[in-house]
Design a protein around this ligand. Structure first.
Ligand code: AP5
Ligand code: MG
Ligand code: ZN
Length: 216
């Protein structure tokens, strides 16, 4: 199954993608995670991306499309993939379409996780992330069992540099201007399914599974 998880910053893309990847045994491909890994290693691409990410702006399309192209060509994507945080512009969506044609793959579903704006700010400013496995926690909605430690892998949790109120506001504006138009784009293609992301994490996951099941 070839999937895109789509939604505003904080909608729960990463949270749901981890569960879907386990359940369907397909790789979770998050452009945000790939950039953060490159930033942690201080690679030239990571240093370039950091200039945009920490302030909440989008990384230029050519850089982003390049890393997705390389990743989707990997043999572990043979039985499917879950894209999280890509595409984020119409240009990226058009480039993905060409890339999938080249790779002889077809997009099955774009799953939109729809969440109210005020909840997004609260989710992002209370988030804690695992340094190693990328699991997301929340100080109120999903606290880890031991404070500051990941339940999944025992690594330390940290606060993302772009989860401060100022960057969050820029990210939400960027989403509205550059990314939200993709809803109509994928609606027209007939592959968009929408779930109510305001519900608790398990219910959102059950709804996604139900939508995917419906369409099989
Ligand atoms: P990226 O890492 O993709 O960030 P994002 O899109 O801003 O989304 P988030 O990761 O913040 O949110 P999420 O939807 O994954 O939510 P999560 O599951 O963690 O991108 C970061 C940056 O990289 C971008 O700003 C840009 O600069 C750059 N970038 C990435 N891709 C790019 C691209 N294609 N083009 C250009 N630039 C790109 O959940 C959030 C919180 O809510 C957590 O605390 C979680 O525990 C909690 N939570 C989740 N679900 C629920 C629920 N149902 N109820 C209550 N709480 C919940
Ligand atoms: Mg994420
Ligand atoms: Zn972890």
């Amino acid at each position: 199954m070839n999937l895109i998880l789509f939604g505003a910053p904080g909608a729960g893309k990463g949270t749901q993608a981890l569960e879907l990847a386990k359940s369907y045994q397909i790789p979770h491909i998050s452009t945000g995670d790939m950039f953060r890994q490159a930033m942690a290693k201080h690679t030239p691409m990571g240093e370039e991306a950091a200039k945009y990410i920490n302030k909440g702006h989008l990384v230029p399309d050519d850089v982003t499309i390049g890393i997705v192209k390389e990743r989707l060509s990997n043999s572990d994507c043979q039985n499917g993939f879950i894209l999280d945080g890509f595409p984020r512009t119409i240009f990226q969506a058009e480039s993905l379409e060409i890339l999938l044609q080249e790779l002889n793959k077809k997009l099955d579903y774009v799953i939109q996780i729809d969440v109210a704006q005020d909840a997004l700010i609260q989710r992002l400013t209370g988030r804690r992330m695992c340094k190693r496995c990328g699991a997301s926690y929340h100080i109120i909605h999903r606290p880890s069992k031991v404070e500051g430690i990941c339940d999944e892998c025992g690594s330390e949790l940290y606060i993302r540099k772009d989860d401060n109120l100022e960057s969050v506001q820029v990210r939400l504006e960027t989403y509205l201007l550059q990314t939200k138009p993709l809803i109509e784009y994928y609606q027209k293609k007939g592959c968009l399914v929408t779930v109510d992301g305001n519900q608790d994490i398990k219910k959102v996951f059950a709804d996604i599974q139900c939508k995917l099941g419906d369409k099989k």
